[in-house]
Write a protein that binds this ligand. Structure first.
Ligand code: SF4
Length: 296
């Protein structure tokens, strides 16, 4: 069997930056660093960092702490957080390392600016994103209401039908950075077809460039192989989107979290196997999976 790792798979810039910062602090501060939420949606990489001293806290932990927390460092991951979280971290006395991806910071700023533009006329912001995803919570938290989040064109139609979203007023449309470009195109089409005369729709191109180009490259990669093994964590929304893309391009696509989940019956000796992953999948894990397939 020939096995090839997709050269474009592996961490995106935002995740590389957060993980190298975490490793730098763990080396310098002798073994403990708190991360607010999982630093990366990949169980294998998380376990590796936990062994080095990374401790993951939930937002509920921050609320329950009585503080002050002196001498402890807390990292905000690439997804970003709403302003209330920064206030709480400061109140508790953590030393803060902010690893919000610069692309996400730019999107948060655009949402605040859109809110100011729309506020007087009662306009609305629509975000195409995963409801409850940390990046989306951070985006919604930038402004004081007037935001509708939809995950699919169908959900958008429902919001239009039930009147949650009024199309007789201006709307500005944004996407979470890791959504599918095709899904965003469909949402944009539904919304522009629904706008009432006199109201305007502004569409912001906010899908991360790294994600958008990976969509194009990954379809080609999946088509060029007989079997595709897609590696990502269960919680990775980018992983779900990219794996679906591979499945559409190649029916023999298998989604796994680690090499243990590989099955001999997926492969034939003459197969060309492609191994790829999400923006949260570490290169070392792709190499481990490729090696395990070669041993089958
Ligand atoms: S996908 Fe893009 S925007 Fe999101 S963290 Fe990675 S580099 Fe930043």
């Amino acid at each position: 069997m020939q096995v090839e790792i997709d050269p474009h798979s592996g961490f995106c810039g935002g995740v590389i930056r957060a993980i190298s910062e975490a490793e730098r602090v763990l080396d310098a501060e002798g073994g403990r660093l708190y991360s607010l939420g999982a630093i990366v949606h990949n169980e294998e990489e998380l376990a590796r960092l936990q062994r080095r001293g990374l401790v993951t806290l939930g937002k509920e932990d921050l609320q329950q702490m009585s503080g002050p927390v002196t001498g402890e460092t807390l990292l905000i991951r690439a997804h970003g957080e709403p302003p209330q979280v920064y206030e709480r971290v400061k109140e508790l006395g953590f030393k803060l390392i902010d690893c919000t991806c610069p692309v996400v910071l730019g999107l948060q700023k655009k949402i605040r600016e859109a809110y100011e533009r729309l506020r007087a006329g009662g306009g609305q912001i629509v975000i195409f994103g995963k409801i409850g995803h940390p990046e989306v919570l951070g985006l919604v938290g930038q402004v004081d209401g007037g935001v509708t989040v939809v995950e699919t064109p169908e959900q958008l139609r429902e919001r239009l039908e039930d009147g949650t979203l009024r199309t007789d007023r201006d709307i500005e449309l944004f996407s979470q950075t890791t959504m599918s470009p095709e899904g965003y195109r469909q949402v944009r089409e539904v919304l522009s077809g629904a706008m009432a005369a006199g109201a305007s729709l502004s569409v912001h191109d906010t899908i991360c460039r790294q994600v958008a180009s990976r969509h194009r490259e990954l379809s080609e990669f999946a088509r060029a192989h007989d079997v595709v093994v897609f590696v990502s964590g269960k919680e990775s929304s980018n992983g779900k989107v990219l794996c679906e893309l591979c499945s559409r391009a190649n029916i023999r696509t298998w989604h796994i979290g680690s090499a243990d989940a590989l099955r001999r019956e997926w492969f034939r000796p003459e197969d060309r196997v492609g191994v790829c992953g999400a923006t949260s999948t570490p290169k070392w894990l792709l190499e481990e999976v490729a090696q395990a397939i070669k041993m089958i």
